[in-house]
Design a protein around this ligand. Structure first.
Ligand code: GLV
Ligand code: MN
Ligand code: MN
Length: 426
């Protein structure tokens, strides 16, 4: 394969068009963070998500791409190949955000894929294989846990009805929110669900902001992503008894908050890691009745646990339940595992194509693992899969202050355009 396989397409990537699209999408769910940072709160399957999808659909169909949606709400825009029967190359990411999210996490991967395909078409470059731009449903998992529902269902990792009964904080069921979204997109052709009802893709490439500080600190433009560490999510429910804060002797209480503190203390010991590789986070806590002068009857809290080594993930993750049960004093404990994504290693077909494209374009690139999980993790068993990272300012993400510049974003998209052209002709 020549080093510069699609120079015209690379030149046709428009930094301004891509940035304008990202800024138009950032208006849908715009929020203001600390110091006035312009963030986004656009959670999965909300009316804002539907509006954002319409905007992207409009741009894609105006280009001549063919839209379709599957039963999980994964949205596809297809650029036809000269040999339409060949398995497509897929590229995209997600459009939902964190509740206090930034303007680039996920959405850039969708817009980058669209921009890369538009550039190929404007440069008059035909590809043998189709290229499908994809927006996966509910990657963040912040409204409906867990994340990556769309890609997990596409990959056949879980049956599509798995999460129907999951509720959001308002009690809305995932299945109902999904049905509402699909009803609003009844005008789109329905396609079969992923590899359950269709062929595996030829390859999958996801562009994403790094969300950490490594590229910026190393002065690199492009991250050649080598793989993704494993993640496990748990929901812990502690049930005690409510009582009057002024009258109930402490010795008689079954206080769920106090038991939560004991449990988290013991988990911190279980998760100790002098190498600082392990990631352990408790970040969502729900207390009932949540009143300052009533002893807490129930507490629900989440655990997000990550590690690149599957053995560590298994051993310490499997020890969580016994650790909590050994630490609490008098509450009942229930533990549910909500997400289990094994560490993933990306394919040389993709990492080498990313490295070649970056070199051909004179960009500074380095190999880098992903600490965040991504939909790409679930594509790994299906086809050669990889990711392209660009720097995140100060490594900040899941925060309105998340920022990558128009030119950094365009550099990533130019690499993506070349990689897609190469893979879609292989
Ligand atoms: C994805 O958003 C993650 O939490 O890694
Ligand atoms: Mn993301
Ligand atoms: Mn995210």
């Amino acid at each position: 394969m020549p080093a510069t396989v699609a120079p015209n397409a690379v030149a046709a990537v428009s930094e301004a068009r891509q940035w304008d699209r990202l800024m138009a999408l950032a208006e849908l769910g715009a929020i203001t963070g600390a110091d006035g940072a312009p963030g986004v709160n656009r959670q999965a399957l909300t009316p804002l998500d539907a509006e954002a999808r319409r905007l992207v659909l409009g741009w894609g169909t105006a280009l001549g791409l063919t839209a379709s949606v599957d039963v999980l709400g994964n949205l596809f825009l297809r650029h036809e190949g000269t040999e339409p029967g060949l398995a497509p190359v897929l590229s995209g990411s997600h459009m939902d955000s964190q509740p206090a999210g930034g303007r680039f996490d996920g959405i850039w991967g969708v817009i980058a894929a669209l921009e890369a395909v538009q550039a190929l078409r404007e440069a008059g470059i035909a590809t043998r294989r189709p290229i499908e731009v994809v927006a996966w449903t509910n990657e963040e998992g912040s409204r409906f846990a867990p994340g990556c529902m769309g890609s997990m269902a596409y990959a056949g990792y879980r049956p599509p009805e798995t999460w129907d009964a999951v509720t959001d904080p308002e009690g809305i069921r995932f299945g109902d929110a999904l049905a509402t979204l699909l009803a609003s997109e009844a005008d789109l052709p329905r396609r079969g669900l992923g590899v359950l009802e269709g062929p595996a893709p030829h390859a999958y490439v996801e562009a994403h902001i790094e969300q950490g500080p490594i590229l910026e600190e190393a002065g690199c433009d492009i991250g050649i992503v080598t793989g993704i560490q494993g993640s496990r999510w748990f929901l812990v429910e502690l049930t005690g008894a409510s009582a009057h804060a002024g009258t109930a002797p402490v010795s008689t209480r079954r206080d769920a908050v106090q038991d939560m503190v004991r449990a988290i203390g013991a988990l911190n010991v279980l998760m100790e890691d002098p190498t600082d590789v392990l990631r352990f986070t408790v970040a969502s806590i729900e207390v009932k009745p949540n009143s300052s002068n009533s002893v807490a009857e129930t507490v629900k809290f989440t655990i997000d646990f990550r590690h690149p080594d599957a053995a560590v993930l298994r051993a310490r993750g499997d020890a969580i339940e016994a650790t909590i049960k050994g630490a609490v004093r008098n509450c009942a404990v229930s533990l549910t595992e909500r997400f289990n994504a094994a560490p993933a290693v990306f394919a040389p077909e993709v990492t080498e194509a990313v490295a070649r494209a970056a070199t051909a374009q004179g960009l500074r690139a380095m190999h880098i693992p992903s600490g965040a999980f991504h939909d790409a993790q679930f594509l790994v068993p299906l086809c050669p899969t990889g990711m392209i990272f660009i720097p995140s300012r100060k490594g900040i993400s899941h925060n309105p202050a998340e920022y990558s510049s128009p030119s950094q974003l365009a550099q990533g998209t130019r690499v993506l355009a070349q990689v897609l052209a190469e893979l879609a002709n292989s």
